[in-house]
Design a protein around this ligand. Structure first.
Ligand SMILES: [Zn+2]
Length: 147
């Protein structure tokens, strides 16, 4: 199923972890609607502006898959509202989303001051918070600071 010019539903549901553990990772209609909203409002505009492929390393996670990989309780990934994205210039992706789109939460995930290792972004159908965070490791624990 195509979600937009450059994104398919499969990119947001494929999970090697789910396959390896026999976990069902099929989204329902509400989660698909949320994924489409994320793509239409944030990811396709970023893809068009940057002109480079965006790779979805994690999109939808069923509650069982989210537990398996140790995702946050009530993660927006389980609602189809969030994706972890990588490309050849993660900082440019982050900055584009921050400055040009209606997002709910945007996270600079680890990496350096120049480039995040990946970008987490979420989008709700309404009431987006526009929250911008940076994730770092301190003594082995993940810490989030506002940017
Ligand atoms: Zn994420």
């Amino acid at each position: 199923m195509k979600l937009s010019d450059n994104f398919t539903l499969k990119e947001f549901t494929d999970s090697i972890t789910a396959v390896n553990h026999g976990i069902n990772n099929v989204p329902g209609a509400m989660q698909i609607a949320s994924l489409r909203n994320l793509v239409v409002k944030v990811l396709q505009p970023a893809r068009d502006a940057l002109g480079i492929p965006l790779f979805i390393s994690s999109g939808y996670r069923s509650p069982a898959l989210n537990r398996m990989i140790g995702g946050a309780n009530n993660s927006q990934h389980t609602r189809g509202e969030a994706a972890d994205v990588q490309c050849d210039d993660n900082a440019a992706l982050f900055n584009y989303i921050r400055n040009n789109t209606d997002f709910d939460q945007l996270i600079w995930e680890f990496g350096s001051d120049e480039q995040p290792q990946w970008v987490h972004v979420s989008c709700r159908i309404a009431n987006n918070r526009g929250e911008v965070l940076k994730a770092t490791k301190e003594n082995g624990k993940t810490v989030y600071n506002y940017l």
